[in-house]
Write a protein that binds this ligand. Structure first.
Ligand code: C2O
Ligand code: CU
Length: 463
């Protein structure tokens, strides 16, 4: 994708409806219908884009429940193919995890499935299919699940969600086909050429000077890593993948989100009334583009930023005992241009095939269901040391658990953050630790969905 081809630049200066959690539904019992629809992703004079989505909108409805509440969702499949819903990042019973053939039978066209679970952890989560996800997510099937803290925990003026996605559009504003193009799967994945925030490219987001916003960022893209810079502002990261972290400024001023990842940031609106300041996605070198402008109203809300505390209460996660933990090594190999790195790092790989470009410990699962690479007794602490011996970044996602990121390239991380997805750079070594306290078979896979579909997945069994 060239910068010239990036349609987002043509959307400059558009002022559409203000973004925000307008679709919030307080109900803890709801129906979700997955079906084709047409939505306006790209402004006039383009037409609407045919998509697949939940309840006729992209993103699907933002579900909001309170921590400790029980959520019941009846999925209704209006697609022409099987689907499921995976509740990304939620620690829930295995039977509710939404992985077809592993945790439930796939839901056929016209079928339904009742998901029901307790919201154990507060935070920003999301939902999406786990059937043919490389196509179903790219076509627009996803939504956000916010679990609010039991007590209002973080004082802000506004709680806002930005769902970040990119789409590969044709000149007719239709989604380009070939969701499993071998070139995409063996390289960076299906990158798009049109970026949206909450399903449109609004150009502006209205704010007021002095206002404090909790901004929940969710990356639902198949492959794009977002690196957001809020020019003239000093975001404070307060939660990652839903879980509270010691409030801190993001490294280099950039909030980085690989596919599947979330960040909650607190943003004090520090510019002058009437100002317009850009929010830029600068993750890929020389490919930066303006996502939108923060557009300040003429009237400030207050003169000084509020001094309210930033810390969130922790979620009830068991602390892994690193000493005496089960240790497991994993190496990722394969993909384009990875041969030299693999040789240098001492990896191996099996035969490359139409759906085998990536290898976990030298193997690509032949079918959709990988064999368990690791079986853990319930309650055991586990450290997984992963090596990315490929030329590409990979956001590695574990189902049913959250893990601490202990080290990167042998150095302890500054925040030992809890996450459900860790973005690994090429050649990087990362150690994570968790307590295997949730019984069942749990996928562990790359969230670049084309990588997942072509070998980059494995499974952990907790007995
Ligand atoms: Cu968000 Cu296995 O997925
Ligand atoms: Cu990957």
């Amino acid at each position: 994708m060239t910068r010239r081809a990036f349609l987002a630049s043509t959307g400059a200066g558009l002022a559409l409806a203000p973004l925000g959690g307008a679709r919030a539904a307080a109900a803890s019992e709801l129906r979700l219908r997955a079906a084709p629809a047409s939505v306006r992703l790209v402004p006039e004079p383009y037409g609407e884009t045919p998509v697949w989505c939940y309840d006729g909108s992209v993103p699907g409805p933002e579900i909001r429940v309170r921590q400790g509440d029980r959520l019941r969702v009846l999925l209704d499949n209006g697609l022409d193919e099987d689907t499921t819903v995976h509740w990304h990042g939620l620690r829930l019973p295995n039977a509710m995890d939404g992985v077809p053939e592993v945790t439930q039978p796939p839901v056929p066209p016209g079928g339904t499935f009742a998901y029901e679970f307790d919201a154990v952890d507060a935070g920003t989560f999301w939902y999406h299919p786990h059937s043919n996800s490389v196509e179903q997510v790219a076509r627009g099937l996803y939504g956000v699940l916010v679990v609010e803290e039991r007590e209002p925990a973080l004082r802000v003026d506004r709680d806002v969600t930005w769902v970040l996605d990119d789409w590969r559009m044709t000149e007719e504003a239709e989604l380009a086909g070939a969701f499993e193009a071998p070139h995409d799967m063996s390289h960076a994945g299906r990158l798009g050429n049109w970026a949206t925030v909450n399903g449109s490219s609004p150009g502006e987001f209205a704010v007021r000077a002095g206002e404090r916003i909790r901004l929940r960022l969710v990356n639902t893209a198949n492959a794009r890593v977002f690196g957001l810079q809020f020019e003239g502002h000093r975001p404070q990261v307060v939660a990652l993948d839903g879980h509270p972290v010691a409030p801190h400024a993001p490294e280099g001023g950039q909030v980085v989100l690989g596919p599947g990842m979330r960040a909650d940031i607190v943003l004090d609106m520090a510019a002058e009334p009437g100002a317009k300041t850009p929010v830029v996605d600068a993750f890929y070198r020389n490919r930066e583009y303006r996502l939108l402008d923060l557009a300040y109203a003429a009237e400030p809300l207050r003169r000084e930023p509020p001094g309210w505390p930033l810390a969130l209460p922790p979620n009830p996660l068991a602390e892994p005992e690193v000493e005496g933990a089960v240790r497991h090594e994993m190496m990722f190999t394969g993909g384009a241009m990875g041969g030299a790195i693999m040789a240098e790092m001492g990896g191996s790989m099996g035969p490359v095939g139409p759906r085998s470009f990536w290898f976990v410990d030298g193997e690509a699962p032949s079918g959709d269901i990988p064999e368990p690479m690791l079986t853990l007794r319930r309650g055991r602490s586990c450290v997984i040391a992963m090596t990315n011996a490929t030329a590409w970044p990979h956001p590695m996602h574990l189902h049913g658990h959250a893990f601490r990121i202990l080290t990167r390239n042998g150095r302890p991380t500054a925040h030992r953050e809890w996450r459900d997805t860790v973005l690994m750079d090429p050649r990087e070594r990362v150690e994570i630790a968790f307590v295997a306290d949730n019984p069942g078979d749990w996928l562990f896979h790359c969230h670049v969905l084309g990588h997942q579909a072509s070998g980059m997945k494995s499974m952990i069994r907790v007995l």
